[in-house]
Ligand binder design. Structure first.
Ligand code: HEC
Length: 93
């Protein structure tokens, strides 16, 4: 009886431990994306379906809307679109 309670506690600890490891892996951003600049990601992703639009085409507010729209179309991660958005809003000045 004593042992079975201890085993259950061990099993619970292992289950929670595995869940944390799996959760951390799911959130881990691949190094290939983390290492890239917004300009690079823009060049690689935003001309897949049409010519990558010049940053000067839009104001900051317009880029907020357009990049949210394109995040969904291009299936980009939050980190990718955030870097691209910062690049566009810096380069349009
Ligand atoms: C999967 C294909 C695809 C990718 C990748 C893509 N676009 Fe688009 N984009 C479209 C289509 C299709 C349209 C035409 C509008 C529509 O049908 O939604 C469009 C329209 C636009 C427009 C016009 C305004 C608007 O919101 O409709 C802008 C600006 C734009 N894209 C910017 C970008 C940027 C910046 C990226 C990179 C983050 C990007 N696109 C990546 C398919 C794509």
């Amino acid at each position: 009886m004593k042992y079975s309670i201890r085993n259950k506690a061990l099993l619970a600890a292992l289950t929670i431990g595995s869940a944390i490891v799996i959760g951390m892996n799911a959130c881990k951003v691949p190094d290939s994306i983390a290492a890239k600049s917004g300009a690079q990601l823009w060049g690689e992703n935003c001309n897949r379906c049409h010519n990558a639009p010049d940053p000067h085409t839009f104001s900051d507010d317009q880029w907020d809307a357009a990049t949210e729209h394109m995040r969904q179309k291009a299936l980009l991660t939050d980190m990718e679109i955030t870097k691209i958005r910062i690049f566009l809003k810096t380069a349009n000045k």
